[in-house]
Design a protein around this ligand. Structure first.
Ligand code: NAD
Ligand code: DAU
Length: 339
């Protein structure tokens, strides 16, 4: 059987490291070169036990480095690039948008150019987000044909990257596919994001900052289901396709927080309503029927089960939390507005 060689970017972050682990655990026909700049959000602790796998090579570097990408693609006979690397936190993009443009737009452009100029027949998979569609203020679901209408500097940078990927497919005939997923949760998520922030704050007896009225809606998906969907799209036949990925688990932020409080047997008085995120999108909801019908994917972990597994993982991995952030870590919001 021919081994496939894939370049994963951002594979020391939350979803990328879960993806690398899944591939190394489940697929002995795939070799991974993992390129990551190890920003505040990336950490080799996310790959503990996997870094030295004979099918894994870690490269510390930037997706904007053209020479480095050329040498990785050339030296490893890369068959596909899976681009997770990004600045991913909406709050940070409000405070400082520039790095989001540099990584999410210019970095993606650099990867596309390097793949285009390589000799091989390389597939490019862009890991995108449902946030590119904007906000569903009046019902309905995002489909793959919903108009792109991003609202935050983060989602605008991801949308710009999506347009670039489409343009390289359309203009140069490159083999590009794209996924747009809803909110992920699960092991190894940096504690500035809502779910690990709640778990961590509850464990430390701290308040949970809920933005605005807490009635914004997100569609939650367990990270392993997202990774399984990406693997399916990576290996799918048609090129040029876009696939939405969602959990069919819509929850208001208030419902989300109350579930975590209940599972941790903690008091709802920890909920503190704080000033809203500027430009906060009201609702995201995904129609994943294209992915389900065409590629046979379906989520396997429901919200309550996934949340129990996630809480248990954080309870058992305090050492990991200490490695990526200090145990009583201050969230971005607290540092900027609350401290
Ligand atoms: P993350 O912030 O946890 O990880 C991002 C990784 O990219 C980090 O390891 C970081 O070091 C690396 N990185 C950043 N800049 C880089 C650069 N210039 N060169 C190389 N590496 C760089 O993000 P995540 O939550 O794992 O998200 C991964 C991807 O999935 C992103 O593209 C994001 O837009 C997308 N996505 C995330 C979610 C979610 O709920 N978290 C949902 C849908 C899509
Ligand atoms: O929808 C997919 C997106 O989900 C990804 O593209 C992003 O990379 C990822 O960060 C996530 O974006 P969100 O902004 O939805 O995630 P976050 O965890 O920051 O917030 C989830 C919701 O909770 C959101 O409505 C804002 C709210 N929130 C968040 C924080 C950190 C709070 O009310 N209080 C908080 O302290």
């Amino acid at each position: 059987m021919k081994r496939k060689n894939i370049l994963v970017t951002g594979g020391a972050g939350f979803i990328g490291s879960n993806f690398v682990r899944m591939v190394l655990d489940e697929r002995d026909d795939i070799n991974v070169v993992n390129l990551d700049a190890l920003t505040y959000a990336g950490n080799l602790a996310n790959l503990e036990g996997y870094v030295d796998s004979p099918r894994h090579e870690f490269v510390h570097g930037d997706i904007n480095d053209a020479e480095l990408i050329d040498s990785i693609i050339g030296n490893n006979n890369v068959d596909a690039v899976v681009n997770f690397a990004a600045e991913s936190h909406v709050d940070r993009s409000i405070e400082g948008p520039r790095v989001f443009y540099e990584t999410n737009v210019m970095g993606t452009l650099n990867l596309l150019e390097r793949v285009r100029s390589s000799d091989g027949d390389v597939r490019f998979l862009q890991v995108s987000t449902d946030e590119v569609y904007g906000s569903l203020d009046d019902g309905g679901l995002f489909t793959e044909t919903t108009t792109i209408k991003p609202n935050s500097p983060y989602s605008a940078s991801k949308a710009a990257a999506d347009h670039l990927v489409h343009s390289f497919r359309h203009t140069f005939g490159m083999d590009c596919v794209m996924t747009r997923c809803s909110n992920n949760y699960g092991p190894l998520q940096f504690p500035e994001k809502m779910v690990p922030l709640c778990i961590n704050n509850i464990k430390n007896g701290k308040n949970i900052p809920l933005y605005g009225d807490g009635l914004q809606v997100r569609d939650w998906l367990y990270v392993h289901d997202h990774c399984a969907a990406i693997l399916r799209v990576l290996e799918s036949e048609p090129t040029g396709e876009v696939y939405n990925i969602g959990g069919c688990d819509e929850k208001t932020n208030l419902e989300l927080v109350k579930t975590i409080l209940r599972l941790l047997d903690a008091d709802e008085s920890l909920i503190t309503f704080v000033k809203d995120r500027p430009g906060h999108d009201r609702r995201y909801a995904i129609d994943s029927s294209k992915l389900m019908n065409e590629l046979g994917w379906a989520p396997t972990v429901d919200f309550e089960t996934g949340m129990r597994k996630t809480i248990q993982w954080y309870e058992e991995n305090q050492q990991w939390l200490d490695a990526v952030a200090s145990g009583d870590y201050l969230s971005y919001y607290e540092r900027m507005y609350d401290a």
